[in-house]
Design a protein around this ligand. Structure first.
Ligand SMILES: Cc1ncc(COP(=O)(O)O)c(C=O)c1O
Length: 477
């Protein structure tokens, strides 16, 4: 008789209890793992069989291999010593929500394919909109990533500027142009590639000394393109740029966009979350005038990856850009959101569930307290750096990310760059913390981002000790 049906409820229960214990233990004792995996390229793949098993295997065996083979190849993003890129958190409530969404396995493509998934997405995003102090004219959609949210925004801009493109494609239309600063995330340029605007159609506006877009240069670029017969359609401003977390002057950029009738998109993938904190509302100045905004709960709002919140005052335009309903997906309900109409993908995960768990489990106060603490820790670190000879802060610190470098006097730029790269490697090799770097106008800098829910002053202090030790070791070598 061929096997049919799933494993038994008892076997699931047994493995499930073991798994929850494993996760709780993992979070309680992160120090047992190096944050940055020590695996060599190919090592994990070689440890695994070349083909799937012929015979069934027990969940116990699979869990054992998970621990012995997979975990050593994991870089521990959910470790409080993770201070690289933008540190993120898969929080306990978020993980529970994620588990339930896998268990339900609904596809939120149409309202009727799971009314609760659609309506919870509407409600949760409206809660988030209020927490972020955005006007009630904005409504939202959850996508997987900010890259996709920004691509959707650019597609909506293209639709608003030239509705015929949906039917006829780009041929025959004047070349479209989009604008962002030289500090914008590469996802803006990727969106332009995807939408047929291209890298050459993406105008990179120079940033100022504090890495913010210069609105006067934006205006010049738009005027130049119009004079050349091109078609400006879209501007991306960033609140919390990837390298230095700078805040573009959204208010002045909004003036330019309104003057020329361009779609203004605000990429607040990381920094936008800070608008929940009353004294950080300034980062959001002018954002209410944007056409669309992206904030990633999977970055700095304790929600397991992936979860990107897209808000727009013009969701009707997003819908017009994407809606295409085949016969088999026609439904009779009116006045409902069929979220498949708002993007490229049909199938959609029930992502709102984990965000709902997170917002409820911490509440506004809990979220504000945690974000405030991360910002406080970043300013502590900034102070330690400023007070230490041979070290310097490389950019303003508006949020919880600090860019800095070791810069002893009398050393040429090339050597300073090499020393900073060596310091990063040396610190990461300890396995205690993981930091990253970036290049700012030719200078290699160290970049430390605080964003994990369990990162404390002790972790940041330890990272600073390790950095100073590394600088001494690199100098001595
Ligand atoms: C400002 C900014 N926008 C967009 C992104 C891309 O985010 P995602 O991975 O969600 O596409 C990043 C990634 O760090 C970012 O820093």
């Amino acid at each position: 008789m061929p096997e049919a049906g799933d494993i038994s409820a008892d076997e699931f229960r047994h493995a499930g209890h073991q798994l929850i214990d494993w996760i709780a233990d993992y979070w309680e004792h992160p120090e047992r793992y190096p944050v940055l995996s020590r695996a060599r390229p190919g090592e994990i793949a070689r440890a695994l069989p070349a083909s799937a098993p012929e015979e069934p295997e027990t969940l116990d065996t699979i869990l054992r291999d998970f621990e012995q083979i997979i975990v050593p190849g994991v870089t521990h993003w959910n470790h409080p010593g993770f201070l690289a890129y933008f540190a993120v958190t898969g929080s306990a409530p978020g993980v529970l929500g994620e588990l339930l969404s896998a268990a339900l396995n609904v596809n939120a493509m149409l309202w009727r394919t799971s009314p609760a998934a659609t309506e919870l997405e509407e409600v949760t995003l409206d809660w988030l909109r209020q927490l972020l102090n955005l006007p009630g004219t904005f409504s939202g959609v959850i996508y997987d990533t900010a890259s996709i949210s920004s691509m959707v925004a650019m597609a909506a801009a293209r639709e608003a500027a030239s509705p015929g493109v949906k039917t006829r494609g780009l041929a025959g239309a004047p070349p479209m142009r989009v604008y962002c600063s030289d500090q914008a995330h590469s996802s803006i340029e990727k969106a332009a590639i995807t939408l047929g605007i291209g890298r050459e159609g993406t105008r990179t506006i120079p940033s100022d000394a504090e890495y913010r877009m210069q609105p006067a240069r934006l205006r010049e670029a738009i005027e130049r393109d119009i004079a050349a017969g091109d078609r400006p359609i879209f501007v991306a401003a960033t609140v919390g740029t990837t390298a230095t977390t700078s805040v573009d002057p959204v208010l002045e950029i909004a003036d330019v966009c309104e003057e020329f009738g361009l779609w203004l998109h605000v990429d607040g993938a990381y920094g936008g979350t800070a608008a929940v904190i009353p004294e950080m509302r300034w980062v959001w100045e002018g954002v209410g005038r944007a056409d669309s905004i992206v904030v990633n709960p999977h970055k700095w709002l304790f929600t397991p990856i992936d979860c990107s919140a897209f808000f727009s005052r013009r969701l009707d335009v997003v819908r017009a850009a994407f809606s295409l309903v085949p016969d088999y997906l026609r439904t009779s309900e009116s006045d409902v959101h069929n979220y498949m109409d708002y993007g490229v993908q049909l199938g959609r995960r029930f992502r709102a569930l984990k965000l709902w768990f997170v917002l409820r489990a911490y509440g506004r106060e809990g979220i504000v307290d945690r974000l405030r603490e991360h910002i406080r820790l970043a300013h502590e670190l900034e102070g330690w750096i400023q007070a230490t000879p041979n070290w310097e802060v490389a950019a303003p610190v508006p949020f919880s990310t600090v860019c800095f470098r070791y810069n002893p006097p009398g050393v040429d730029e090339e050597t300073v760059n090499a020393v900073n790269l060596a310091i990063i490697d040396c610190v990461n090799n300890t396995g205690e913390v993981f930091i990253s770097g970036t290049r700012l106008r030719g200078k290699e800098v160290i970049r430390l981002a605080i964003g994990h829910i369990r990162t404390t002053e002790e972790h940041v202090h330890r990272a600073w000790d390790l950095l100073q030790q590394a600088a001494r070791a690199v100098n001595a070598g």
